[in-house]
Write a protein that binds this ligand. Structure first.
Ligand code: ZN
Length: 297
């Protein structure tokens, strides 16, 4: 083989290697229902995937009005990631109107759902992502779904998922350490809606909320009165606002009880990327800092 031919052969081999390693021209389009899930898909998908998120930063995923632009994005997506557990009541309508033909992946598949009684009905708590052990299950489901949709990217998705899982495990240790430092009598707090049941069960805190697990219905006067009595009786130290809910109700509860406002927790949405909770991991980091600062003394 002459020199020139050798170089051509070597170049052709490099191209073949490139495609074998999963180089692709265009990223695969996928959709995610809300910002927290969207970030998880981005972490696992990396450069191979372009993620469109319907409910963006600080948005409320319980109640959402899909737009024509959402329907267009979904129609072009190969995979749709949803939380499931009854979070996205608006998704069925969007799926129908978009003519979506891809695969629907329920990221929470395999977690143990938290059931609770609300207004004498047993309902499922959708906020499973607030327990990092569940977050790991979400990541595994996302990884497997991306591999199924884009087998050439298997190695990349596996590597990205492993890196993300390591990050989740490290954060889990941090969260447990931070909560363990809080005095036991201060581990009971108020938020607007019941978004932290999984967090509380996993890490040993109690969260009480005037609104239920959805933001769809407002708290009744009776619920608010009950909580005010409870805060006074049990000397609950603080109320925490949420990035997805109106602060007026908790401002009022704080005024009437003397419980201080401990800060803002990120419950059902991330902050914008340049904010304090632009990723799933930063959301935990920020929430832990906020809880620790307000409750440690
Ligand atoms: Zn919620």
């Amino acid at each position: 083989m002459n020199r020139r031919l050798f170089f051509i052969a070597a170049a052709a081999f490099a191209v073949m290697l490139g495609s074998a390693a999963g180089a692709q021209a265009e990223p695969m389009k996928v959709s995610a229902s809300f910002s927290i899930l969207g970030d998880m898909v981005k972490q696992v998908g990396g450069e191979r995937v372009e993620v469109f998120t319907f409910v963006g930063p600080n948005g409320d995923a319980h109640v959402y009005e899909p737009t024509p632009a959402d329907a267009k994005e979904l129609s072009e997506s190969k995979v749709l990631f949803i939380n499931g557990l009854g979070l996205e009541g608006w998704m069925m309508r969007l799926e129908k109107s978009s003519g979506f033909k891809g695969t629907v992946v329920t990221a929470s598949k395999g977690i143990t759902p938290r059931k609770m009684v609300e207004d004498e009905k047993t309902i499922t708590d959708p906020h499973a992502w607030q327990d990092l052990a569940n977050g790991k299950i979400y990541v595994a489901n996302i990884r497997d779904a991306l591999i199924a949709a884009d087998p050439d990217g298997k190695a990349a998705y596996e590597a990205n998922a492993q890196k993300f899982l390591d990050g989740l495990a490290a954060m889990e240790t941090k969260v447990k350490e931070a909560i363990a430092k809080l005095p036991l009598e201060r581990r009971k707090i108020i938020t607007t809606h019941d978004a932290f049941g999984y967090f509380g069960a996993a890490y040993g805190m109690e969260f009480i909320a005037p609104e239920g697990v959805s933001t769809e219905s407002e708290a009744s006067a009776k619920d608010v009165a009950k909580i005010i009595t409870q805060i006074k009786k049990e000397k609950i130290p603080a109320v925490f606002l949420e990035n997805v809910t109106d602060s007026r109700l908790l401002d009022q509860i704080s005024k009437e009880t003397g419980a201080k406002i401990g800060g803002t927790l990120f419950s059902d949405a991330l902050s914008p990327p340049d904010g304090p909770a632009g990723t799933y991991l930063d959301m935990f980091r920020n929430n832990i800092e906020t809880l620790s600062e307000a409750l440690s003394s």
